[in-house]
Ligand binder design. Sequence first.
Ligand code: 13P
Ligand code: SF4
Length: 301
Amino acid sequence: MSLKEDIQKLKQEKNAIILAHYYVEGDVQDVADFVGDSFALAKKAKETDAQIIVFAGVRFMGESAKILNPDKKVLMPDMNADCPMAHMAVVSNIRKMRKEVDDLAVVCYVNSTAELKTLSDVCVTSSNAVKIVKNLPHKNIYFIPDQHLASFVKEQVPEKNVILNDGYCITHHRMSKEDVLKAKEKYPKALVLVHPECKKEVVELADYAGSTAGILQYATKSEHTEFIIGTEMGVLYELKRQNPNKKFHIMSDKLVCVNMKKVTLDKLYDVLLHEKNEIVLDEEVMVKAKKSMDAMLEMAK
Ligand code: 13P
Ligand code: SF4
């Protein structure tokens, strides 16, 4: 039996489900029960009946699944697959902001540690941040940890005072205006689709900016047949699978998330077999963090 078949068999025996983000390698996406963006994955994690969730992604995703399902076992193929941006907000700054600014909501990008979620009013993902910020009753929004998604939201919701933090995604932050212009010169007929974790100078040159699921939907529905993709290159796998007759070019070879690439089929098989690398969170942290996750699920409806 192949490794992929072994994994499928183990999944059935153990009543387990594999959830994968678009950024993991294609062969890992192949064995997943569901592949999606951060928001779709959080919703799936909440709905599943499976007893074990194996999260083919980075740590904050596994933590979010655990927060939404405290009674389930959530396993990570690699415990070191961690998103650096998840840690890029300072607790004392959040507390200070709450003391000093009236009529304030702390909005936390789901790409964050469980601790940061406990200090926030509501979580968001790149696919619902604009809608949620727009509908919050507060005038002032402290958006953590990503400065670029925050600045994208600020632009889309000018009636709010969005206060930026200084975090960023180490993968998308590498893209510059020059990278877009170079790619456009090479593929002049292509539309440019980017993730809002990219810098403002990149987003400004794009034809569309949205979450990974948004990019997929845009490219699939579009009558256009050629695209430059400004997000992590793992998404090309699903883009090509859904659109075999369209052309996709990655904006730059630098668009690789080393942490997502730590998830491999071998590790997946091993954690499923031995039920190891379980996400364990403090009870109180889970209860508090769940409030901001639930608030997101409610407001995104
Ligand atoms: P989305 O899945 O919301 O597009 O976020 C991208 C990302 O960076 C996940 O780590
Ligand atoms: Fe974090 Fe960026 Fe990697 Fe997403 S792509 S996991 S935000 S480093």
